[in-house]
Design a binder for this molecule. Structure first.
Ligand SMILES: *Cc1c(COP(=O)(O)O)cnc(C)c1O
Length: 435
């Protein structure tokens, strides 16, 4: 017997996996990872898998990058963590300075946290208190988009559009002004009108620039965002860009906001910030926002918020070296070349399959929407299982198969991913399509 099944048993006995029905976990042939090499994960039995979801969208340069490992070891010889509440840490300062040179925010200031949801939560609270500090009343609501996903804490869940089985929490979600989803026609014109109508109650608009990832890669046209930015500026509503998924090169520029021409008041970063090494996120505030919090020591203008591990030194050391490597290795050029190749291959080999409804992609963010004729076929899950059996790790969002390889993926690996995906779709769906 392979060791894997033994590990799955031990795993299922004690580990509670997120977004996973534990009664079915062990039966869904999960793999238990032992180690990784570059873009490949190796399970406890020595089977290898291309990490084609970048470990749930966080990994950028592959695993066990020598330079990042080294940066982490060096930081260990200084200190692993010290609190940022009221005191500083050298590597945090260095990272913030490096980020300040590249983020699309004017006069940026960095409030670190650990998860993307926490970065969003911080942005929501900062936007709310910004108006309170300025003595403006009634600015206590948010406008968020249909299909939005901003994380799983109560605040981030509230601005999110729901779904993913989270309906049970609806009574806990605070109400927001809900704009259409990116996929709906006239989305941004409608949104601009809503901003105008609700301006006096809005603290901020929250948006995922360019791609709504968790909605199954819903895309918006580049020029649509100018309409949104204009509406926010004209009506003095803060703009929060959630680039937890799109940040750090995913869409071919360091930040998707750059392509959209957005310079948000608040920017949320996470996932790729540490190259997929360590949990770290950050809320970036513009000078204007930051200044509204200045006042007397211990006074009410202070932001009374901060996480224990915010600005973790190990995570910052990796994030700092990661920023340098993105540049040194010209990773964005690879993203653009590989994205073009991936697009061509998907158009030729996957989009024409009868089971495929639509392929949506921007940079190295891809959603292949399967179109089952009836509910309950679990095509998404079964196609991904068939891909895993062929050595490519994929995970679906419903019936959308997500392909999100590391940014340093090679031409051969892209070809292999598409070969396997096409074979997996054909294997799972051909019998059911023809009936
Ligand atoms: C993943 C994600 C989040 C939440 O990040 P976590 O680290 O999982 O809390 C927020 N916003 C977007 C756009 C995301 O893709």
């Amino acid at each position: 017997m392979e060791q894997g099944s033994e590990w799955v048993k031990r795993d299922a006995a004690v580990v509670w996996h997120g977004f996973t029905q534990m009664a079915a976990y062990a039966d869904n042939a999960p793999i238990v990872i032992d180690h990784a090499e570059g873009h490949e994960l190796v399970d406890v039995d020595g089977h290898r898998y291309i990490d084609a979801i970048s470990s749930l969208w966080v990994n950028t340069l592959g695993h066990r990058v020598p330079e990042l490992d080294e940066a982490l070891r060096e930081q260990l010889d200084r200190v692993a963590h010290t609190t940022l509440l009221g005191n500083g840490n050298r590597v945090v300062v260095e990272l913030a300075e490096a980020l300040a040179r590249v983020v699309p925010v004017d006069g940026p200031h960095f409030l670190f946290a650990s998860d993307g949801a926490a970065a969003v939560e911080q942005a929501l609270k900062i936007a709310f208190q910004y108006w309170a500090n300025r003595g403006v009343e009634g600015r206590s609501s948010y406008l968020a988009f249909g299909g939005a996903y901003h994380g799983d804490t109560i605040g981030s869940l509230s601005v999110g559009a729901g779904g993913f089985g989270t309906d049970v929490f609806d009574p806990l979600r605070f109400p927001v002004v809900r704009a259409p989803g990116f996929g709906e026609s006239g989305c941004f014109e409608t949104t601009a009108a809503m901003v105008s109508e609700h301006a006096s109650e809005l603290a901020a608009v929250v948006v995922e620039p360019l791609v709504q990832g968790a909605a199954g890669m819903q895309l918006a046209p580049l020029d649509a965002f100018a309409t949104l930015a204009d509406a926010c500026r004209d009506h003095d509503v803060l703009l929060i860009c959630d680039e937890v998924a799109t940040g750090f090169g995913r869409t071919g520029t360091l930040f998707a906001s750059e392509q959209c021409g957005l310079r948000p008041d608040l920017l949320c970063l996470g996932k790729g910030l540490t190259a997929g090494y360590l949990p770290q996120s950050v809320t970036v505030a513009s000078q204007r926002v930051f200044d509204a919090f200045l006042g007397p020591d211990l006074g009410e203008r202070t932001l009374y918020h901060g996480h224990s591990y915010g600005g973790n030194a190990l995570a910052c050391a990796v994030a700092l070296r990661h920023l340098e490597l993105l540049e040194e290795r010209d990773v964005l050029a690879n993203v653009r070349t590989r994205a073009a190749q991936l697009g061509e291959l998907l158009d030729a080999r996957v989009a024409p399959l009868p089971a495929v409804g639509e392929v949506r992609r921007r940079g190295l963010m891809v959603g292949v929407e399967l179109a089952p004729a009836v509910d309950g076929l679990r095509w998404g899950r079964r196609v991904c299982a068939a891909a895993v059996a062929r050595g490519v790790l994929l995970r679906p969002l419903g019936d959308v198969v997500i392909v999100m390889p590391p940014l340093t993926i090679t031409a051969d690996e892209v070809t292999r991913i598409v070969d396997v995906l096409a074979a997996a779709i054909t294997e799972v769906t051909s019998a059911e399509v023809s009936t």
